[in-house]
Design a protein around this ligand. Structure first.
Ligand code: 5GP
Ligand code: ZN
Length: 117
């Protein structure tokens, strides 16, 4: 698992590695997924390095809560809210987590089946 210094998403949020930015503020960074799974596929991350959902404790509540509120704000800004959208957070091998910096996938622009694959 990459430490914060070598973490891909920390490096994207700092501008060291380029990405198609959607939104940023002091707490949160959002950018288009390099391999989109829907017409709109944005990754929303806290700037603070937290590897995964399994690492969360109550002291992270403000960070994660703020990030999720920004997901909803970005969805409105992209006009995804009227048709609907899906938010996904993968943890671990069974869910296919590949980047160990906590992130929310914001997916929109098509219909999504349930249960998910
Ligand atoms: P996970 O599988 O961990 O839930 O999601 C990681 C996501 O990061 C994947 O959807 C993958 O396409 C995306 N991703 C991986 N590397 C890069 C990259 O270098 N740039 C961008 N923009 N997205 C990436
Ligand atoms: Zn990181």
């Amino acid at each position: 698992m990459a430490g914060a210094d070598r973490c891909l998403f920390c490096r994207i949020a700092s501008g060291e590695i380029p990405a198609k930015k959607v939104y940023e503020d002091k707490d949160v960074f959002a950018f288009h997924d390099i391999n989109p799974q829907a017409p709109t596929h944005v990754l929303v991350i806290p700037r603070r390095h937290i590897p995964s959902l399994d690492d969360l404790s109550l002291s992270d509540a403000a960070t994660v809560g703020t990030t999720l509120v920004k997901v909803a704000q970005i969805a409105r800004d992209l006009h995804l809210n009227s048709d609907g959208y899906r938010v996904v957070a993968n943890h671990g091998d069974a869910a296919g987590q590949t980047v160990f910096h906590i992130h929310f996938h914001l997916l929109g622009g098509r219909n999504f089946g349930w249960p998910p694959g």
